[in-house]
Design a protein around this ligand. Structure first.
Ligand code: DSN
Length: 459
């Protein structure tokens, strides 16, 4: 064994057990998911796909018994093919999708593959501004995609909703190929129907098909549980997501799509929305990735199986209930929330307006008491990415631990106590060496609560 690496893994296990995870994009997986990730499947090369059969022709029993055609470039796939097929079938069931590609290594890879499947270099893509809550992969100039495609950013309104008027105006004044709705710091439920209507208008104006894509990485678990609307039911063609946030699976990516599923090795002359599932398969492999991570795909299959269980619906609705309770408790304690609350799992606080402190200082101070969240820029933030005025937090992980409204009140109390300490600390001072007794006593309370809600081993 590698002592030092395993010692550090042990220390991280302890940190996770004794602290509370409030980063809205993190969660705890079951032991079954961990076991699949740590399995011998990591030894196998499986470039290609298990089969392109229409999903609805298959069920799990048949996958085990039947002969699966495959499009792989290596032998020895009899088990891998079945595992990947199970992951595909379960993902389709969860999202009510025609097709799923379970191979993207991450959400970033998933997004890049969709752009590559549908767009040509220089094409216009409408996507949410990073500074307003969008994501790096939605056209930030530092990314590769932004050097290939022309991203046109839209923003949010003062009350924190999507600026639909701006989306419409931009869609009708630029010849766009793709409209992307997606975010990593947004607290409302998007009006997918309205966006689909904008797409229709723009298609008429420009005389060609426009892809509707939703990056639902943050709320995927809420969608599959039915507590958040599913964009695919409103005419969206593609949903991308990560699998490790509210979905509670391994770290990875996933692409769901609507359309005809064809052979991934046949040439496609017609780049049409009807063919998008196959165009995406080709864009993932060989377009943008090599060998799939089949140990992760197996863990995705396990997590999807967990998310198909009826208990997952309760879990997802508790995430939202806890977020609402936490938002209310924070507001009562002087925290100013963007959008004045939340409709999903995520809360964005303006720390400068609330307590006159910046988000980075507050993030560091909360780390000292075992509460983990992240500093986050707010729309128009003068502090930039490294010293923003906001913090972002959420309830998926603490809900996994079984916490409820009572615990949200405790959290809000600790968060206020820490904010008040920060007010008295010189911003340039090393926070670790200030008010150590105060931090230690809050930390002990956090630890006691955390240990009384152990991280569950099974779903
Ligand atoms: N980095 C993720 C988040 O924290 O929202 C998005 O991919």
């Amino acid at each position: 064994m590698d002592d030092i690496v395993f010692k550090l893994i042990g220390a991280e296990t302890k940190r996770q057990a004794e602290g509370l995870e409030l980063i809205p994009s993190e969660n705890y997986v079951s032991e079954a998911v961990l076991k699949a990730m740590g399995s011998v499947l990591t030894n196998k090369y499986s470039e290609g796909y298990p089969s392109f059969k229409g999903l609805r022709e298959w069920d799990e029993e048949e996958i085990l018994r039947g002969v699966l055609p495959n499009y792989r470039y290596y032998g020895g796939q009899q088990n891998i093919d079945r595992i990947e097929r199970l992951a595909i079938e379960r993902a389709c069931k969860l999202f009510n999708a025609d097709h799923a590609n379970v191979q993207p290594h991450s959400g970033a890879n998933a997004n890049e593959a969709v752009y590559f499947a549908w767009c040509e270099p220089g094409d216009n893509i409408l996507a949410m501004n990073l500074g307003h809550g969008g994501h790096l992969t939605h056209g930030s100039p530092v990314t590769r995609s932004a050097k290939i495609y022309n991203f046109i950013p839209y923003g949010t309104t003062k009350d924190g909703d999507l600026d639909y008027d701006e989306i419409r105006e931009l869609a009708l004044s630029n010849d766009i190929k793709l409209i992307l709705i997606g975010y990593s710091a947004f607290m409302k439920i998007p009006d997918f129907k309205r966006v689909a209507a904008i797409r229709r208008e723009a298609e008429e104006k420009w005389g060609h098909e426009i892809l509707l894509m939703a990056d639902m990485a943050h709320v995927a678990g809420l969608i599959v549980a039915g507590v958040h609307p599913n964009p695919l039911e409103f005419g969206f063609n593609v949903v991308t997501t990560t699998t490790h946030k509210t979905l509670r699976g391994p770290r990875g990516g996933l692409i769901l799509s609507m359309g005809e599923v064809g052979s991934p090795i046949k040439k496609i002359s017609d780049k049409s929305l009807k063919n998008i599932p196959t165009l995406i398969d080709k864009a993932v492999f060989p377009g943008t990735q090599g060998g799939p991570l089949e140990h992760i795909i197996a863990a995705k299959a396990v997590a999807f199986g967990e998310a198909l269980r009826s208990e997952f619906k309760d879990y997802a609705s508790n995430i939202v209930k806890n977020a609402e309770a936490l938002a209310d408790a924070l507001k009562e304690r002087g925290f100013v929330l963007r959008g004045n609350g939340t409709e999903n799992h995520l809360i964005l606080i303006d720390m400068m307006e609330s307590f006159g402190i910046n988000g980075k200082l507050y993030e560091k101070a909360l780390d000292l008491v075992g509460l983990t969240l992240n500093a986050n820029a707010l729309p128009g933030d003068q502090g930039g990415a490294f010293k923003p005025n906001g913090v972002r937090l959420g309830t998926p992980a603490i809900t996994t631990r079984g916490m409820g409204e009572k615990e949200m009140i405790k959290l809000a109390d600790w968060m206020r106590r820490v904010a008040l300490i920060c007010q008295e600390v010189d911003d340039s001072a090393e926070i670790e060496s200030c008010r150590t007794d105060d931090f230690a006593s809050i930390r002990a309370e956090v630890k006691e609560l955390a240990l009384s809600f152990p991280i569950p081993k099974s779903f």
